[in-house]
Ligand binder design. Sequence first.
Ligand code: FAD
Ligand code: UDP
Length: 382
Amino acid sequence: MYDYIIVGSGIAGSVVARILAEEGNKKVLVVERRNHIGGNCYDVEDENGILIHLYGPHIFHTGNEEVRAFLSRFTEWYDFGHEVVAKVGDKLIPVPFNLNTLHMVYDEEKANYLEKKLISEYGEGSRVPIMKLRENDDPDVREIAEYVYQNVFLKYTMKQWGQKPEEISPEVTGRVPVVISYDNRYFKDKYQSVPVDGFTPMFEKMLDHPNIDVKLDTEVKDIVEFKDGKIFFEGKEFNNGMIYTGAIDELFDCKYGRLPYRSLDFKFEHYDQDSFQGHSVVNYTVSEDYTRITEFKFLTGQKDTNGTTIVKEYPFAYTGKEGEIPYYAILDEENDKLYNKYKEDAQKFNNFHLLGRLAEYKYYNIDAMCLKAIQLAKDLLK
Ligand code: FAD
Ligand code: UDP
């Protein structure tokens, strides 16, 4: 008999599984509905031998030493400072908007003047969310804010969320602040990397433990029954422990209505040329229907490839239709309320734990997810 059943083999499920199995000597069953492990971090070679991220480009970035050390047990890293540019007119400008960008969009005299202004207002090295910058009363600062709002945020956010920047959670646009320095990197974290052989081998090593069984191609409800606040497994009530990383509304057949999500349609294209855009990621902040193009070889560091593969991301509203994947929780009060109704019902199960971006209805990066999973596993083993 298993000590724990874990639903989902993404970063949340895999990290928890490993610690329970290894540190707690617990027998663990990981149930995964897809035909592979790794959740949305999954990567695989396409038919041209190019390593692609099937569910969107993923970069592991963190300032947390514990998380870095934990994952480093299962992989070595290809470290790089991840940089993104945005296509604005015929220019490619660095994003987040920073002092390099400022000097690209204004003439030298004005840029020098505005630079001094920004530094005196916020301090060198500071990171200011666009929605905060727009509140500044100084007309010069407002001019910059307006430029950034119009050319970096407005159209991209409309595509990604179907809403204006001021209509979505400030937490979301705050992920890409205006940076008062000459640092072009997209993230500020100490470590910015991808696993040197890809994410999937990292997950394979993590789940490779005598106390872990992984069942692929298995929908949890095919082997577990959830009924009247109880969980049944192999015909018997199962109270040992379950960690659920799937969508919480699905668990209850969406009885209170679906939790809203944004989804993405990924269009992969291969070109028989050395490079398509010369950058790992180009954001389309003022034109096109897609939000960004990722050219994988520049992200993964893969050398000597046969041509190059890119992916374009087309956002749309998730409806729950077969084949659609809920990618981004839409953070607002109303959705929080709906989430909490499901959570209350989930709390009726014995030893049942919600973990992960779908089960918690949150916008998690890999590192935050990993840390949360480490903490849950440790709590369970106390
Ligand atoms: P998931 O990875 O979604 O794993 C959940 C797993 O559970 C899936 O494999 C699913 O098939 C399985 N499952 C669900 N329901 C069931 C069920 N009923 N039965 C059986 N199995 C089930 N983070 C970063 O740090 N850096 C990035 O660059 C980055 N890029 C991103 C790009 C995109 C486009 C998106 C959408 C997210 C990105 N993220 C990034 C966030 C990152 O993907 C998440 O933090 C991480 O995947 C969360 O892991 P998870 O285990 O909670 O969920
Ligand atoms: N954003 C934007 N323009 C950009 C980059 C980001 O408007 O060039 C906004 C957009 O609303 C996006 C959010 O900032 O959803 C967060 O961006 P991030 O790159 O962190 O999104 P993710 O990689 O998680 O999709």
